[in-house]
Design a protein around this ligand. Structure first.
Ligand code: ARG
Ligand code: ZN
Length: 864
């Protein structure tokens, strides 16, 4: 054996999309023999390898953190292998060989939660994107697809359940208290989809009969005591399986589908073929511990991971620059599924709110990147709202342009043509073009240009029932992309009469594909009011100077529920921006518009609950050239108070009318809880004492977590004595439930109180706080960093706190540390004094010895 002098971590190298080269070697078959033990797991891998074409290059296998104990070629031990950095290089003469390697790894010492690791009493894996190389030597890239056979051996008492991808083929006991199981996955897959789980687990089982009549055994695996909390996830799985058959014609393909919930997980969940592994927060729910939002998220994530079976597993990505190929499409699919399960209008409002809160700021800051990036240091940093959520909007626009039938034909073509292969974003768009009969050449700019396009829309009425609509688009400069081309923006629009509120035109889909466009309207019976980007048909920012009265008219009369919500939001935003800019504002128009919504008996409570909600402090900040967190907080608090006082009887009526006798998880019951809790918060704004008493009574009397957490949030933002009491009761009641304790931390971290920054520093020393669990780290640190006013505390203590936590967490878990960092990169958005403190903290992070490339990449890009 030759150990290279270079066997030290290489300097971070940039990976570029343009440098893609197809693999030198194919690996059609892989057999893994894994002898599990938390301290010392032995992994033997047998790879059949085939030279891809006439080249003379050696076989290169990725590894990370281990060394090979032995390497054999065609059954003979060799010693002319070498390590280049962590890559195992094996010289080979022929065109087909069998390679065996053996390594030992220590899952209990794996704090990164990538590869094979221990969580609770379980051993489990996370391989996307590049975790498989931490388990064994392999070409750890998504375009190398192998058929896996996996044999797992483990102590039977400690790990009675042994799971891997595919279907089980054999199992048995050994003398020494150990046992084994063998699994085979007939579908060729990339290494990032490998999974195994071992542990003392119990299953909630069901069966699903596919459209062609095959029986699939379903199981959700959890700790025995959590079994009662798995019903909702299991229902969602069955609904998702039926939906994918009905809407996309996609049938499940194995005899078994397993889901395992684990407590320590870097992300939401993972679509490993036949064996999805989930963060337990996206599986476990009962009314006492999970909110309506949790229930909805569980259904959405269960569906998302299930849908990946086709959009991700059967058709995977050629390289990681194509990540949005599977993620954007699959988010679009899960959003459509959720829309079909409840109120489509409310779902669209929620999705747009997430896009604006998470993706627009990313697109406007130093970390902006196109949905198909051009380069990265660490791919884990690109699991972003841009790849996922903007990626989903790009798919949605193509679906809008094609229409439902052509879109379905296009997805059929895509699945058909690329089944069993690793594809690119261009392949997907090619299918859209071919089946849709459209030219998407210019549309493809959505894949290469970063930044949120802005559309300026002006509607000028002319004499004689005419009007001229002028549209202009502008895509702002982003890092590395100073000049942009005009994009294709599908804008749904309609005109309404300013006097009657009646529609004056049909809805039209305008494709704005040039810098400017003019559209004339004739025969208008009244002065027209513009309703634009209806249903949020394009992920853009529309600037259209519309008077408060016109926005109020749309909020009362628009027939598109999203546009109606949007008009309310715009009216409130205009009011709040005026207040921040001038120190005060007239609240009358906003108050009257909210009154009208509350009095409209035709509206669903769920919709009202959304429409009367104030824009968040961050979203108000996004409208301003320089964010003044204190002024924004004051302006928002003042409008909240005035809305509370002016409409107090209506809030009290909404509170009373939407009470439920007992808990039910139905769209209607959810809507009532939503509106009732929004009303509670306005009552507390109008009457802090009485509101706190009402909140405390709800907190104590309710039978569900939605109402309890909402009451706690209202109390946690106030100054009443009930606040401390409620926090204590909540803590004591749920001290053995990690997911609910996360809520206890995040509710305090999101509080609007003056002392939140200090409280959060103290909570970081609470015995229940730990950075080792990603959910807990995000619940406190992640939540605090998006609490605009608390994070931007004038002392700079918020920045210091975040930097301290990122530095500490980086030593354990670089991926999760790097994901907490982006709020520090928003320094261009605040005053120079704050900006200097933020940059100083970023520089302190960059100067930390031994920094991971995850955090290094995010921090250095954030300083640019
Ligand atoms: N593919 C997973 C999902 O979208 C996310 C996995 C991300 N994990 C990671 N380590 N980058 O459902
Ligand atoms: Zn996904």
């Amino acid at each position: 054996m030759m150990l290279d002098a270079q066997n030290t971590p290489a300097l971070p190298a940039v990976t570029r999309r343009e440098a893609y080269q197809p693999p030198d070697w194919h690996v059609p078959e892989l057999a893994l023999d894994i002898d599990l033990d938390p301290a010392e797991t032995r992994v033997r891998a047998t790879l059949s390898v085939i030279r891809a074409d006439a080249h003379d290059r050696p076989l290169r296998l990725d590894g990370a953190g281990q060394v090979p104990l032995s390497v054999t070629v065609d059954g003979v031990a060799i010693n002319d292998w070498r390590l280049e950095g962590e890559t195992l290089v094996v010289p080979l003469d022929g065109s087909a060989h069998t390679i065996e390697t053996e390594v030992v790894i220590a899952p209990e010492r794996n704090t990164q939660l990538m590869g094979l690791y221990a969580s609770g009493g379980l051993l489990c894996t996370q391989c996307e994107a590049e975790g498989f190389r931490r388990i064994t030597y392999f070409p750890d890239r998504p375009d190398v697809l192998a058929r896996y056979t996996v044999r797992i051996t483990a102590d039977k008492a400690r790990y009675p359940v042994l799971l891997a991808n595919g279907d089980p083929i054999a199992s048995g006991d050994l003398e020494d208290g150990r046992h084994w199981a063998e699994w085979h996955d007939p579908f060729p897959k990339p290494s990032y989809l490998f999974a195994l789980v071992a542990g003392d687990l119990a299953a909630n089982r069901a069966s699903f009969t596919t459209i062609s009549g095959r029986e699939v055994a379903l199981a959700i695996w959890v700790r025995e005591r959590d079994l009662p909390k798995t019903g909702h996830a299991l229902d969602a799985l069955q609904a998702a399986m039926a939906w994918d058959e009905a809407v996309y014609g996609r049938e499940y393909d194995l005899g078994m589908f397993n889901i395992v919930a684990v407590d320590d997980f870097n992300f939401g969940a993972m679509e490993n073929k036949g064996l999805n592994i989930f963060n337990s927060r996206y599986i476990l729910a009962d009314p006492d511990t999970a909110t309506d939002q949790d229930y909805d998220a569980i259904a959405g994530v269960v569906a998302h991971e299930y849908f990946h079976n086709w959009s991700g597993d059967r058709v995977t990505c050629r390289d990681w620059f194509q990540l949005s190929l599977k993620e954007g499409f699959t988010v679009y699919r899960d959003q459509s599924f959720s829309a079909d399960q409840g109120s489509a209008a409310v779902k669209r409002i929620e999705d747009v709110r997430v896009l604006r809160a998470a993706q627009f700021p990313e697109d406007a800051g130093p970390l902006a990147h196109p949905i198909r990036p051009d380069s990265y240091l660490e791919i884990a940093n690109f699991y972003t709202a841009t790849i996922y959520n903007k990626g989903a909007e790009v798919i949605r626009m193509m679906a809008t342009i094609l229409g439902p039938e052509a879109f379905r034909a296009a997805t059929d073509l895509y699945f058909d043509r690329f089944d069993g292969t690793a594809a690119t974003c261009d392949d997907f768009v090619d299918c859209m073009e071919e089946a849709g009969g459209v030219d998407l050449t210019q549309f493809r700019l959505w894949y290469s240009q970063a930044g949120t396009p802005r559309v300026v829309a002006g509607l000028a009425g002319q004499p004689g029932g005419r009007a001229m609509l002028t549209l202009a688009q502008h895509v702002p400069a982003t890092p590395g992309q100073p000049a942009k081309q005009a994009m294709v923006l599908p804008l749904k629009l309609r005109l309404f009469g300013a006097d009657t509120g009646r529609p004056l035109t049909d809805e039209r889909l305008v494709l704005l594909d040039s810098p400017t466009k003019e559209i004339a309207f004739d025969g208008l019976a009244e002065r027209p009011v513009l309703s634009i980007n209806r249903s949020f048909s394009a992920p853009v920012i529309v600037e259209s100077a519309r008077a408060a009265a016109d926005l109020a008219l749309l909020s009362a009369h628009d027939d598109d529920p999203f546009a109606r919500y949007e008009a309310m939001q715009q009216l409130m935003l205009d009011t709040l921006v005026a207040a921040v800019t001038h120190g005060r504002a007239d609240h009358a128009a906003a108050v009257e518009a909210v009154r009208h919504i509350l009095e409209d008996a035709t509206l669903e409570p769920a919709f009202i609950g959304e429409a009367v909600l104030l824009p968040s402090e961050s979203f108000i900040g996004d409208q301003l050239a320089v964010v003044d967190p204190e002024a924004i907080f004051r302006a928002r608090a003042a409008l909240r108070r005035d809305l509370g006082i002016a409409l107090e009887p209506l809030w009290r009526a909404a509170y009373a009318d939407n009470a439920a006798g007992h808990y039910e998880y139905t769209p209607a019951a959810k809507g009532c809880r939503r509106l009732r809790n929004v009303a509670l918060d306005y009552i507390a704004a109008a009457d802090p004492q009485g509101g706190a008493a009402l909140a405390f009574a709800q907190f104590e009397g309710t039978d569900n977590m939605t109402d309890r957490q909402a009451a706690l949030t209202t109390l946690a933002g106030g100054t009443s004595d009930a606040r401390i009491a409620a926090l204590d009761i909540f803590y004591n009641r749920y001290s053995d439930n990690a997911l609910v304790l996360d809520k206890w931390f995040s509710t305090q971290a999101l509080s609007t109180r003056d002392d939140t920054a200090q409280m959060v520093e103290e909570l970081a020393h609470h015995p229940d706080f730990t950075l080792a669990n990603p959910n807990r780290a995000r619940a406190l640190v992640g939540a605090f960093a998006v609490n605009q006013r608390a994070f931007h505390h004038p002392s700079g203590r918020g920045y210091r706190f975040l930097a301290d936590q990122v530095i500490a967490l980086d030593k354990l878990n670089p991926q999760t540390a790097a994901r907490l960092l982006p709020p520090l990169g928003r320094w261009r958005r605040v005053d120079e004094h704050r900006a200097q403190s933020m940059r100083a903290e970023l520089e302190r992070i960059v100067a930390t010895p031994g920094l991971s490339k995850d955090v290094l990449e995010q921090a250095t890009r954030s300083l640019d």
